[in-house]
Each structure stands twice: as structure tokens, then as C-alpha cells.
Design a binder for this molecule. Structure first.
Ligand code: ADP
Ligand code: MG
Length: 695
């Protein structure tokens, strides 16, 4: 099975289009983030230019975009350089001057011949009582069609590509557009008043009224639905496959598990208990677990993970926990070692830092089973790392791994159970698209005794007052995170560099101030973190490297500089570094005026709520899905037609439909199944296609 021929035109290179030459090709590719016709056809207009106002010249209003039917009367070439060339035209009710700069007479006479009838369009200027249009667009000359249409879709552009060039290329691409077999359910399509796929694509690029640009226009909704359906079909197929594969039926009440439970210095929250029940249910089943554990920073995911690992150990399997950064891996390791080593559990940590002999020893321990639990970074993916008998893979994801990597780790064993943990609560719709292959458990409750975080906004001009406050707090032993957005001063973004801030604070607080950023060596970072955790440092100036999972319960103040630059999810994550102990905590958001409307709203949301799930929904509606997590690393697919902030209901429908389809026809064999395969090829859903080919 290979790609249906009918799709070939859509996969052709842009080069075949008229208007796309060797020079513009690169610009086109940059603009549409792709190189095939379908990518171009997915480039949506964001507005339209309406040229339907067609008055008599005598009525033409100044400042308006007008289209005039006129006859060419006279040419007046420029008397001097820098003066314009004039073409006088009339429609019987009055005359209009068409104004051109740097025009050549030969060219002008050829294109605007005297006596010819023209349809011209442009903004009317009235200059000394004389209407004129500077550099008008030509809609037609006599019977020849010109270069623009009455309604012109306006596209996002890039350097080197004008709207006209783009429009021309897209019109040319529409000429290649095939008719595709219908994959939509006939009744549903009728009910939604949707047209065929190729009609919808055509309509997308030939809007004739403002409503056609709306994301809820039928053509746009149809295309969004198609895309969501492809995405959800892939997910349903993957899940179908996972369910077919055999896993291990783990014991969930063995002795390690019981001992670990007893060793906990606290009792689990209800949310932790519910999540653990879900996990136990999955792990004890003979099929594989594919579960997502969602919970805010500090909600206690790590303990849940540890208890799940005990199931693997009790069934004579190994467990692995993979973290996105070195710091986080080490921290998980230290925490889990303290809890588990007393129970006789053998636990190791493997990261990129382990080299040579040390690494060999670790690899050996992992391979011969001497290590029961392995904590690490993506170093665990490497082929050289072989497990004796991996039973459970936990990925502390924080949006840094994707579906593929998840699979890679789980393939390190036979029918490995997978638990993905994520600390950024993400909106429901995104969960569906990115983690639809996973069942979810939520930790929507914090461990008891946590005080709310007092969040305040500070104009950077009040920095001095705030520092005075911090002096008082640190004198009493408070520990402070101070987050700066960029590592080095950049002329483009005048973000306060962490290094510079560090110097300033050092001059005030002396050697109690530390600095940590992404360019430091892992060992240096660890050393600084340790000093901060132990209280040798009161203030830790940091870039967002500390965003990820660092746990210092004694830290009670979080300062975020240029808070207006951060997204809501990130602010929320950063704030979650404090409020982990029993003392009251503060979060100071420093901003610089003027604030944009969205920035203002973001900051006030931060002040109003600590509910990560609520914040994530707001983030989605404020920013749109594209930006929300930096989709590239997040495993969240990039959509061409779908705006998840707008099309949530369409996604939900597509999910339902995909489930039904896979229930009825898991191999996509029927007539509709055939069409659905075409859809999967259109969207290059490789995983799904691969599955259909190989089972
Ligand atoms: P997360 O990984 O979700 O960010 P952690 O698992 O690191 O959260 O837990 C944060 C802190 O809360 C840790 O110090 C942990 O020991 C503590 N903790 C976890 N669960 C509970 C609980 N049920 N009661 C009290 N403290 C808890
Ligand atoms: Mg954690």
C-alpha cells in the first residue's frame, strides 16, 4: 500500500506553480513551512480586501477603496524625475487621474492604451478637487482580465512575497487540486451543510464576504474537521494496537509496595489515592498500561510514581524513570533513594554526565538486573542501555518529549507499561490531541497544609521597594528564586540578563546570591542548587532552567522579572516552585509599562487563581494553541486548519467519530475506510499508515 495516486498533485513541489521561481521558492517555503502544494493550500487568508464599491467618479468618496470603470483619455509623462506620470481617465460623470511614479512611457502606453476601457481599483484621493488614484490595481483592460479580483483574500506574508504573488501561486495551485473520495459521514456532512473537500479548499481561497474568513465558516470547519479526524484516527489506531499487545499482569500489593506505603511520612491525598487506583488497575491487567498522570507542580506525582514502581519490583521487573533535565533526574534520584534504599531497593541514576568506566558499570548493573530502579535523562534511550527486564517506564515529561520518544523507551522491554507524568496542566482539547493515546488521571488536589501563594504585581520602577521587602524577609531566613528571561543581554529583547541582575543583587546581598543558567555545566548547576537547598544561598538568580521540577520546600519567594514576556503556563510553573512548605509564600511579578491588553489579562489571572487547570484553559484562549507550549517539543501536533481555541467542539466530534470508525472497521477496509486512508495519507499520519501496513 502506498500513497493513493489521487493525492499526487497535492504532494508536488511548489516549483510547478506559476509565479514560484527559483528566487521566490525559498521565501515560499519559509512562509508556509513546507514545500508541497498542500502546504500552500493550507495557508489561510486572514482578511479580505473588498473592492465591490463601484461608484460613478463624481460620487467617489475620498479615502475609500473604489473600483472604477473608465476610459483612457490622455497620458501626461513626468516632466522631471520624481514627478509622477499621469493617465487621465473618464467615465462620463467625471475624470480621475491615475498616478504612477517611475513609469516609462512605452510601458504605460502599452498597458493603458488611449481609448481603452479599464477596470481599475485603488484608494480615492481628492487632490485640488481632482479625484486620483496612486498606483491603482488593474482588474481588466478591455476584455483581458487583470491581476486582481474584486474580492482579494489577504494572507500572512513574508519578505520577498507580496499578496499578489501569493494569490497567484495559490490560484495556480487550486488548478492542480484533485477531487478526493468522501471520508465524511454523508448524513453529518449534509447536516453541517459542508461541501466536498476540493470545494472547501477552493472556498477557503476565494472568499466573497467577511464571514467566509471566520473560523466558523462551513468551509473552514470542514477542513478543521478533516484534520482533527486524521489526528484522532491515528490516536484511535495506536490505542487499538496497544490494546492488542500483551503486557504484564503486575502484583499490586506485594511486599515492596506495602513497605513503601508504610515508609511514607504522610498519608496520600484523595487525588493521589484515586490516581494510584487507576494505575494499579492498569498494571494488574494483562494488557499494557498507557496512562497520563496530570498534576500541578507540588501535587505529589513523584510519590505516586514510586508506589507504581514497587508493583514492578514486586513482580521481579525493573522500573525506569526518565526526566527531561539533568537537575530533575538527580533530584528524583536523591528523593527516591532516600525513600527506597532503606527498604533494600537498588536504585541508580544514569545521565549524559556519566562517562567511561562509571557509565560501563552503570550499564552493566542495568543489564544484569543489579539495578532495580533506573532514573535518568534521555540517555536512557540510547541503544547501549539494555535492561534485564524492564516492566514499567515512567516519563516525567513536562512537554519535552513526544509520542515517539515515549514509544522508544517503552520498546526497551517486552510489553512495558508506560506512565507519563506532566506538571503543566494542559487544556482538555490539547490533552486529546497530544495524549489521546493515553488514559488520564488527574491530581487536582494539593497535599494538606499548603498555604495559598500571595501573588503581587510590581512595576519594575518600584524595584527598590521590593528589594527592601526582600531584605527584611531574607534577614529572617527566607529563600528567594529570582527568575530572569534571558541569559545574555540582547539588543533585540531588552530583557534583564540574569548575569547582570546577579551582579546588582550581589552588591546588595553579598555572597548570599547565587546564579544558575542553562549554559553552566551540569556539575556547576548541581553545586549551586545544593547550596541553595541547604540554605548557604538566600537568593538564587536563575533563568528558566529552574522551571523544571526543582523542589526546595524552604523557598518562599518567587520573583519573576519581565513577567509580561512569559506565557501563563510558564508563569504558573515558575510560581509552583514556592508554596511547597508550611510557610506562607509570595510571588512577585515584575513588569514594565506599557502592557499589552493580553499581558495585562495574563498577569491578573495569575493574581486571581492558582488553579493550574483553569489557568491552562485561559492560556489557550488568550494565546491560541499554536504558541501554548511551543508545540514542536511538546508532542502536540501542529495543525494547519484547526484552531484549538475555537474548534474544540469539532475536535470532540472527530474524536467520537474516530472511535466509532475504529470499532466498526479497525483495518479501514470498507469503502469509507478506503477514503479514510486517503485522509491519513493526506495528513501524512505515518504512525497510522505504518500500523495499517504492518499491524
Ligand atoms: P510533583 O512531582 O507533583 O511536583 P512531588 O511529588 O515532588 O510533586 O511532591 C511535592 C512535595 O510534596 C514533596 O516534598 C513530597 O514529599 C510532598 N508530598 C507529596 N505527597 C504528599 C502528601 N500526600 N502529603 C504531604 N506531603 C506530600
Ligand atoms: Mg516532581
Amino acid at each position: 500500500m502506498s500513497r493513493p495516486f489521487v493525492l499526487d498533485p497535492l504532494f508536488r513541489n511548489l516549483k510547478v506553480l506559476s509565479g514560484v521561481g527559483p528566487k521566490t521558492l525559498k521565501s515560499f517555503e519559509r512562509l508556509i513551512q513546507g514545500e508541497k502544494l498542500f502546504d500552500l493550500l493550507a495557508h489561510k487568508p486572514i482578511d479580505l480586501l473588498d473592492r465591490t464599491y463601484a461608484p460613478d467618479i463624481k460620487d467617489a468618496e475620498s479615502g475609500k477603496l473604489a473600483t472604477l470603470d473608465v476610459k483612457v483619455i490622455k497620458h501626461t509623462p513626468a516632466a522631471r524625475r520624481n514627478l509622477p506620470y499621469r493617465v487621465k481617465c473618464s467615465d462620463g460623470t467625471g475624470s480621475v487621474d491615475l498616478i504612477f511614479f517611475r513609469a516609462y512611457q512605452d510601458y504605460m502606453l502599452k498597458h493603458y492604451p488611449i481609448g481603452a476601457t479599464l477596470k481599475v481599483s485603488g484608494k480615492i484621493d481628492i487632490y485640488r478637487d481632482q479625484p486620483q488614484i496612486v498606483h491603482p490595481d488593474l482588474l481588466s483592460v478591455g476584455d483581458d482580465k487583470g491581476e486582481v479580483s474584486l474580492i482579494e483574500p489577504i494572507y500572512p506574508l513574508t519578505q520577498g512575497i507580496t499578496n499578489k504573488t501569493l494569490q497567484k501561486a495559490i490560484q495556480s495551485a487550486l488548478g492542480f487540486c484533485p477531487k478526493l473520495p468522501e471520508w465524511c459521514d454523508a448524513d453529518y456532512k449534509k447536516q453541517q451543510k459542508w461541501s466536498d473537500w476540493h470545494k472547501a479548499i477552493e472556498k477557503l481561497h476565494t472568499p466573497d464576504k467577511q464571514e467566509d474568513i471566520d473560523p466558523h465558516a462551513p468551509a473552514r470547519e470542514r477542513l478543521a474537521y478533516d484534520e482533527c479526524l486524521a489526528n484522532q484516527l491515528t490516536i484511535s489506531l495506536m490505542r487499538h494496537r496497544q490494546k492488542k499487545k500483551k503486557g504484564t499482569a503486575f502484583t499490586t500489593n506485594g511486599s515492596y509496595r506495602q513497605e513503601c506505603m508504610k515508609a511514607l511520612p504522610f498519608s496520600l491525598t484523595n487525588a493521589q489515592m484515586r490516581a494510584l487506583q487507576d494505575i494499579d488497575y492498569d498494571m494488574s491487567a494483562p494488557s499494557r498500561m498507557m496512562r497520563l498522570l496530570q498534576g500541578d507542580v507540588g501535587s505529589g506525582k513523584t510519590i505516586v510514581a514510586a508506589l507504581a514502581m514497587m508493583n514492578a519490583l514486586d513482580t521481579n521487573h525493573q522500573a525506569a524513570l526518565m526526566a527531561p533535565t539533568e537537575i530533575l533526574a538527580r533530584q528524583h534520584f536523591e528523593g527516591l533513594k532516600a525513600l527506597l534504599e532503606p527498604l533494600g531497593v537498588r536504585i541508580v541514576c544514569l545521565t549524559g554526565r556519566n562517562k567511561g568506566k562509571e557509565r560501563d558499570t552503570l550499564s552493566q548493573q542495568i543489564q544484569n538486573g543489579a539495578a532495580q530502579i533506573v532514573i535518568g535523562t534521555h540517555a536512557l534511550f540510547q541503544d547501549s542501555v539494555q535492561f534485564q527486564k524492564l516492566g514499567l517506564a515512567i516519563v516525567d515529561e513536562q512537554h519535552r518529549f513526544g509520542v515517539e520518544q515515549r514509544l522508544k523507551l517503552s520498546n526497551k522491554g517486552n510489553g512495558v507499561d508506560v506512565l507519563v507524568m506532566t506538571a503543566t496542566p494542559i487544556p482538555r482539547t490539547l490533552t486529546l490531541t497530544a495524549y489521546g493515546d493515553l488514559e488520564t488521571s488527574k491530581l487536582d488536589e494539593k497535599p494538606p497544609g499548603r498555604k495559598p501563594i500571595d501573588t503581587r504585581l510590581f512595576n519594575i520602577e518600584k524595584l527598590h521597594d521590593m528589594i527592601e521587602g526582600i531584605k527584611r524577609q531574607t534577614a529572617k531566613g527566607a529563600r528567594v528564586y529570582w527568575v530572569c528571561p534571558l541569559v545574555e543581554e540582547s539588543a533585540m529583547l531588552d530583557a534583564t540578563a540574569a548575569e547582570e541582575r546577579h551582579q546588582v543583587l550581589e552588591s546588595i546581598f553579598g555572597d548570599k546570591v547565587g546564579l544558575i543558567h542553562g549554559k553552566m555545566k551540569p556539575a556547576e548547576k548541581d553545586a549551586i542548587m545544593t547550596r541553595f537547598a541547604q540554605g548557604d544561598l538566600s537568593i538564587l538568580v536563575a533563568t528558566t532552567v529552574i522551571e523544571v521540577g526543582v523542589n526546595v520546600p524552604e523557598a518562599t519567594i518567587m520573583v519573576i522579572e519581565s513577567a509580561e514576556r512569559f506565557g501563563l503556563a510558564q508563569l504558573h510553573q515558575l510560581r509552583g516552585r514556592v508554596g511547597r512548605g508550611a510557610d506562607i509564600s509570595y510571588c512577585f511579578l515584575l513588569y514594565k509599562q506599557p502592557l499589552s491588553a493580553t499581558a495585562k489579562e495574563r498577569l491578573s489571572i495569575m493574581r486571581e487563581t492558582e488553579d493550574g487547570f483553569l489557568i491552562s484553559e485561559k492560556d489557550l484562549s488568550l494565546r491560541g494553541a499554536g504558541d501554548i507550549l511551543g508545540t514542536k517539543q511538546s508532542g502536540i501536533p501542529e495543525f494547519k486548519f484547526t484552531d484549538l481555541a475555537v474548534h474544540a467542539d469539532i475536535l470532540a466530534t472527530a474524536q467520537q467519530d474516530a472511535k466509532l470508525i475504529i470499532q466498526k472497521d479497525p483495518e479501514l477496509k470498507g469503502k469509507r475506510g478506503e477514503a479514510l486512508r486517503t485522509l491519513l495519507y493526506l495528513y501524512e499520519c505515518d504512525q497510522a499508515i505504518n500500523y495499517l501496513q504492518n499491524g
